[in-house]
Design a protein around this ligand. Sequence first.
Ligand code: NAD
Length: 392
Amino acid sequence: MKKLPSTSRRDFLRNLSAGASALSLPMLGYAENDFVRNESSGLYSLQPNTFGQESGQPGRKLGIALVGLGYYSTNLLAPALQQTQNCRLAGIVTGTPSKAEQWMQKYNIPKANVYDYKTFDQIADNKDIDVVYVVLPNSMHEEYVVRAAKAGKHVICEKPMAITPKECQNMIDACKKANKQLAIGYRLHYEPFTKEVMRLGQEKVFGAVKFIESSDGFRSGDPNQWRLKKSMAGGGPLMDVGIYAVQGARYVTGEEPTSVTAQFAPKTDPQKFKEVEETMFWQFEFPGGAVSNSTTSYAAGVERLYASCEKGWFELSPAFGYGPLKGRTSKGPIEQPVVNHQAAHMDGVCKDLLDGKKLPDHVTGEEGLRDVRLLQAIYQAAETGRKINLKA
Ligand code: NAD
């Protein structure tokens, strides 16, 4: 890997601005020399450890403790924390002693920074840990966020923030009371392709957005997993990945929907989907005149965000997964740097924490609460068959 020579840098920026905006790099907080060219593939990427997010305290890294060492922590967050520049993996909270041993060895975590669910509150006395990241089943988010706040730690909590708006409010209140910040795991808000479609929609680059198709689903496996239990997940695919489709329609318009209608699809595997929906659809109306249509499913895959506007269109497909995301507009491809979503997210959040800044509203508990309210309204619309008015 070599640094870009200045002529290639110019080519690179020209490429970027052809499909996107010449302002993209500074808008995203990147500098030109944050990028390197891979000599064999010819592709540009961000330098390892560089997400354009250096804090005002260079070299200082916040210590993060991951709570719950399941799929997301193991396969995405812990590896990403080996690349971050504003934070590091400092501790773990797990109920499984064998996992604790493995993680201590693999990531060089001292025993003093390892907790189980009973000893968790003692994290209050641990100066090595600044941020607690809750990566548990949805129904457990509230308890662990509130306990982390009481322990005097900043908190990152996975999506969906919780199962009910009341739980979300309790989490917001607990963090406010402790004078700590609460971020939700909205990794896409730090992801360049996503930021570009936010800009295209919100700045009306192709004129006003008229309609949106925003859908996220996959074929779920294990019939015994917590994601299929209503008490733990809060619902089915809507809670798990439909939330991305809700986010997509909201961040492309930059508006809050004013009404929702929704429908459950018939269940093709009623035994597996005893407690939660298998597939569902919903439609939002937005105050600026845009309408959106969405699908979410555990029966089959879909991952797409498409916006049709007065003077053209743009889309991401894939739009919500771990990347690389891919985008096109009616004028050509969307060119943006490919980043590690989890590293960019944690670095972005920790940069603001290190700089003593308030986190942007669209990644906090307030945003998590807005989404959970909408998820509940979607269920209500599907259950009643009525159009639900969302105006405050
Ligand atoms: P998982 O089932 O793989 O892991 C859950 C962890 O919680 C496991 O380590 C499990 O041992 C632990 N746990 C503790 N008490 C438990 C209990 N009573 N029942 C079940 N598990 C218990 O789940 P995951 O895929 O890692 O998801 C965890 C959270 O992260 C969820 O809220 C999910 O929505 C979120 N998530 C977010 C993303 C993203 O892209 N932002 C991706 C995947 C998951």
